[in-house]
Design a protein around this ligand. Structure first.
Ligand code: PLP
Length: 456
């Protein structure tokens, strides 16, 4: 990379010093500044075109700078930019609530808006807790949550409590509440020979053992369905979430399904809940809700739960939770336009060949001697990078193999989110077959070169 021109030197200095980046060790941070983006492509301050291989943190759906979403945002901007949802609202926000109810699984009818996935999960956790105090047969002892392994539900303290990623959450342990944590249902840790239905049964039996003992004190089960993203794209066998729904009902525990990352087509269907044929007690959405354009999230629940929150103003039954920008009309306009685009551009209908192409390219990479557990769910592909394929021994952390893959991919014009000892891609759904090839070419080069270098 050549030395940046003077104006960029100043910008980069501000970026290193005044701008504190999320999840970033600022002492090591090298500026990557995007000045323009169109479709799946971003252009950085050096004029490099970079394919957005991680959908700007798993949220871009229809591509950057989409004229329909831009125009919806502009149209709303000239009507009303913001009004609160505390006791009032905008017409656009109401329309979005209704539209969401129309597309989410049957039974989910009441939408609470917030601005990010973490908050959407906080709302679900608090509402589930409050439900057990207010339902017809109150059970105030139901105060705990069942969560899975290295779950990630966000960084606010409630969401972090039900999360389990040591690197992010351990430090804050004294601030977090206790949960019942189970190993993740992870196709990689099955006893040899178990697959399909048997694999699903194996993981569900583990859950049932815990429910038998502890359902009495559990308010809810919280799960990232099908794919635990931040854990490293840990994938569950299809059918697990369906079985979990059955268990939650049988043991009278609420089910919170966090579709913040999986929602809006990522795994091939609009929601994982659709593919699994279930309806949870709470579904949380974020990221792709506005096609990744603006911060908006939603917690959607059932009539049964909603009704327990109704009463007169003295009853104390209202959900005392809210955010200043909850339900912001500009965000709502972007979300409505994005949902329209799913129909107009036949976004889901166009996915099968893309999923197939990703799968073919992944299958080739899976043959590589340092690639293990190549895995895919819809538009998400991931693999572990191992020193020894037979034993699964990882590369030493200091070899920074996953990070090197991302650096090499960047040199090949593709932005991948760096991860230690693994790599993944989750491109915008709007990506073309040719662009998938460019993405997977860059990832392949990254894997080949980074693992070769780590060997020497
Ligand atoms: C499954 C899941 N839930 C919640 C969140 C948190 O969302 P946000 O970053 O918008 O707070 C994320 C973010 O990556 C996520 O992947």
């Amino acid at each position: 990379m050549p030395d940046p021109p003077e104006h960029l030197k100043e910008l980069y200095h501000w970026d290193r010093t005044n701008h504190w980046h999320a999840f970033t060790q600022m002492a090591e941070y090298e500026p990557l500044v995007i000045e323009q983006a169109d479709g799946v492509w971003m252009v950085d301050s050096h004029g490099r075109r970079l394919l957005d291989g991680a959908s700007s943190m798993w949220c871009n759906v229809h591509g950057h700078n989409h004229p329909a979403i831009n125009s919806a945002i502009e149209g709303q901007l000239h009507r009303v930019a913001h009004v609160t949802t505390l006791g009032m609202t905008s017409d656009t926000t109401v329309k979005l609530a209704k539209r969401l109810v129309d597309i989410v699984p049957t039974g989910l009818e009441h939408v609470f808006f917030s601005s990010d996935g973490s908050s959407a999960n906080e709302v679900a956790l608090k509402a589930a807790f409050q439900y057990w105090l207010q339902c017809d047969d109150p059970q105030p002892q139901k105060t705990r949550y069942l969560t899975f392994g290295q779950a990630y539900h966000g960084d606010t303290l409630g969401a972090a409590s039900v999360g389990g990623i040591g690197k992010f959450h351990d430090l804050f342990q004294p601030l977090l509440f206790e949960v019942v944590r189970m190993p993740s249902p992870d196709s990689r840790r099955l006893p040899p020979g178990l697959a399909g239905e048997a694999a699903v049964r194996y993981f569900l039996d583990e859950v049932e053992e815990v429910l038998k003992e502890q359902a009495d004190t559990l308010a809810a089960i919280v799960i990232e369905p099908m794919v635990q993203g931040a854990a490293g794209m840990v994938m569950q066998p299809p059918g697990f979430v369906r079985g979990l729904r059955e268990l939650a009902t049988r043991y009278d525990v609420l089910l919170i399904v966090d579709e913040v990352a999986t929602g809006f087509g990522r795994t091939g269907s609009m929601f994982v809940c659709d593919a699994e044929g279930i309806s949870p007690d709470f579904m949380t959405l974020g990221k792709g809700l506005t096609s990744g354009y603006l911060p908006m999230a939603a917690t959607i629940t059932t009539k049964k739960i909603w009704e327990t929150f109704l009463g007169d103003s003295e009853s104390g039954r209202a959900l005392y939770h809210g955010h200043t920008f909850s339900g912001n009309p500009i965000c709502a306009a972007a979300a409505l336009a994005s949902i329209d685009l799913f129909e107009e551009e036949q976004t889901l209908e166009k996915l099968p060949p893309k999923i197939e192409r990703l799968g073919e390219r992944l299958a080739t990479l899976a043959e590589h001697p340092h690639v293990a557990h190549a895995r895919q769910r819809g538009m998400i592909v991931a693999m572990d990078l191992v020193q020894d394929k037979q034993t699964g021994e990882p590369f030493p952390t200091k070899a920074r193999v996953g990070q090197r893959v991302a650096e090499i991919a960047l040199d090949h014009g593709v932005w991948l989110r760096p991860r230690a000892n693994m790599t993944y891609a989750i491109p915008p759904l709007a990506i073309s077959l040719e662009e998938i090839d460019l993405l997977m070419d860059a990832m392949t080069a990254g894997v080949q070169q980074a693992t070769a270098a780590a060997q020497t």
